[in-house]
Design a protein around this ligand. Structure first.
Ligand code: AGP
Length: 610
């Protein structure tokens, strides 16, 4: 996913633009660039690879100016080489873009037939060419940009600067996030808040179809029809430091350690003291619908899909509503049965994942009521669903989701309790007190599980040379096995597979030998005895066993090479605790291997392309 930063103000903006891009590195990228007006002309600097390369090129020939735009590119059309890096320039027009112009090929052909000369292989250059071509035909850059985007199909967050009119920048948004920052005599545009929150916490989230003119004296926003519109100014509560590493080696490690606090933040204000009733005011689902609901479809990708898999057990157990899990990228290619009694829940940390957005739109089109579990305020998925439960994880910078996962589970467990209440299944105050009391113990238990870090770090080097790893779990620990495997493979690049422990005998047991590390999640719950028999099967075949179990459990220590003991939580909520050692294991192995933990190769934090 690309990163955009724009500035118009009174400060030399080179460092503002580059620092802003640095705060967006988590989005994944393969080239970067900027363009600044130096008082006489537009100067563009671009480079392949990491931001450090752009910084070196910029320092070799600094450009001083108070208006500019910048970009980190995650290649979608055209190789990750300098000529494809943004900003794209045609004459005095420079453009940065995040998204995909789906009809770029036909537009490109028309423009070339009209004499345009392209320098790149990208879809974005089509936008630059269109704006340059029609630059004189309209009264302003803003109107020219609006005309150009009227010809474009697809998704875009665009920021445009005209060297012939360098006292403003124009921004436009369709299906790719764009946030504007309001300062004193200076204005900002960015793909995401971390890029600008060192300068301002007062932001406007553009809506789809919006465009804006940013001048030193202020920002004007216009809706799809071109009419001036007042978008609310939001105040970002995160402080600039919170998006820094705070002394941790990687954002991922910081975010693992943040989890107890973020779970508390997500719970805050949602459980009434005394009655233990769960309150989620932002869920505007009619009581009649909740009583009549016949099915919940949870739609998500990756780690978010795993949190939905875990939550299914708790929602079905408490609320007695059937829950189905759907991979977002698959949901649309079936002819799914959706009725007006169906609730479709999209789970997405970023709120911008293209597969999940497309799938939830399809569920809505088929008549389902929709709700979202998101971590980014005003994100597209959050705004397009009928209701949203925001997790309070704060900005998750590491590409590997950790605190987003455990705060998603927190939000989903709250939803399960809330739904059970509305279906008259939690009228018993004692039962509510028991469940809520157990829920409130989770942050402290997570804290205790995080304290395993030194023990896990000590053994992690044993896995550094592993070529594959198997994760096993039963019940709600099966998706935890999937999540542990995803974490390990996405940051250490070691192949890993999560499997239902009961499935071992149906094939995977053929893999077991002394070279294969097997991680078994075996909390002492209703499945413990059966899982322990799986542990013995693995041991009997010489497998290297790592077992995650709970305090007081007896048995694993007889077979396992390593046992990680976490506090024993209520079975309906225990997955928030059992996942912690697996997060730490993947982190410590990747750190020992020296991979790029926060920005693993080939990955982006938010996949906004299908
Ligand atoms: C998980 O560690 C990955 N970052 C990835 O699987 C992620 O969960 C997935 O892309 C979904 O992203 P979202 O939650 O922002 O929709």
């Amino acid at each position: 996913m690309c990163g955009i930063v724009g500035y118009v103000g009174h400060q030399p903006c080179g460092s503002i633009l580059i620092e802003g891009l640095r705060r967006l590195e988590y989005r994944g990228y393969d080239s970067a660039g900027l363009a600044i007006y130096n008082g006489e002309e537009l100067v563009r600097v671009r480079s392949e690879g990491k931001l450090a390369n752009l910084e070196r090129a910029f320092m070799a020939a600094p450009v001083v100016g108070t208006v500019g735009i910048a970009h980190t590119r995650w290649a979608t059309h055209g190789r990750p080489v300098e000529k494809n890096a943004h900003p794209h320039r045609v004459g005095d027009i420079v453009v940065v873009h995040n998204g995909i112009i789906e009809n770029y090929a036909e537009l490109r052909a028309e423009l070339i037939a009209g004499g345009a000369v392209f320098e790149s292989e990208t879809d974005t250059e089509v936008a630059a060419q269109l704006i340059a071509k029609h630059r004189g035909s309209f009264g302003s850059l803003h109107e020219t940009v609006r005309f150009a985007i009227s010809l474009i199909r697809g998704s875009y967050a665009l920021v445009v600067l005209d060297g012939g009119n360098p006292d403003e920048i124009v921004a436009a948004r369709q299906a790719s996030p764009l946030v504007l920052g309001l300062g004193e005599g200076e204005q900002f545009a960015a793909s995401d808040v971390p890029a600008i929150m060192a300068h301002t916490r007062n932001v406007i989230f553009l809506m789809d179809g919006d465009s804006a003119i940013l001048r030193r004296e202020g920002i004007s926003v216009f809706d799809e029809s071109g009419a001036a519109v007042e978008r609310p100014v939001k105040r970002i509560a995160w402080d600039p430091i919170s998006a820094e590493k705070q002394g941790y080696k990687h954002f991922m490690l910081k975010e693992i350690h943040e989890q107890p606090a973020r779970i508390v933040d997500t719970l805050r204000g949602r459980i009434a003291a005394g009655t233990n009733m769960v309150e989620i005011p932002e869920l505007n689902l009619e009581p009649a619908f909740l009583r009549d609901i016949d099915r919940i479809i949870i739609i998500a990708c990756g780690t978010s899909y795993h949190s939905g898999m875990v939550a299914r057990y708790t929602i079905e157990s408490l609320a007695r509503v059937p829950v189905e899990l759907e991979l977002a990228s698959e949901f649309r290619y079936r002819d799914p049965v959706v009725t007006e009694r169906t609730l479709a829940i999209a789970i997405s940390q970023s709120g911008e994942t293209a597969d999940t957005l497309a799938a939830i739109r399809e569920a809505k089109r088929l008549g389902a009521k929709t709700a979202a579990v998101c971590n980014v305020m005003e994100s597209t998925i959050a705004r397009e669903c009928g209701s949203v439960i925001y997790t309070q994880a704060g900005p998750e910078i590491g590409v590997a989701s950790t605190k987003a996962f455990t705060t998603q589970l927190t939000a989903l467990y709250l939803f399960a309790l809330w739904l059970a209440q509305h279906r008259g299944l939690l009228d018993d105050a004692e039962r509510r007190a028991e469940l809520v009391g157990a829920f409130r113990q989770i942050p402290g238990m997570v804290e205790q599980a995080i304290a395993l870090e030194p023990q896990i770090r000590a053994m992690a080097k044993e896995l550094v040379h592993a070529t594959s790893c198997l994760f096993l779990g039963r019940g709600a620990q099966f998706p935890i096995a999937l999540e542990g495997a995803l974490k390990l493979k996405e940051i250490s690049y070691i192949h890993a597979e999560g499997y239902a422990a009961g499935e071992m005998k149906h094939g995977p047991i053929a893999l077991i030998d002394e070279t294969l590390p097997v991680v078994v999640i075996a909390p002492e719950n209703g499945h413990f005895e059966k899982v322990m028999s799986n542990v013995e099967e693995v041991k009997a075949r010489g497998g290297r066993l790592i077992v995650v179990t709970t305090a007081g459990a007896h048995g694993p220590e007889r077979f396992a090479d390593h046992v990680f003991v976490v506090p024993k939580a209520h079975p309906l909520f225990e997955s928030i605790v059992t996942v912690i050692p697996l997060q730490l294991l993947s982190y410590c192995v990747a750190d020992a291997k020296g991979t790029d933990v926060d920005q693993p190769r080939n990955l982006a934090k938010s996949v906004t392309v299908e």
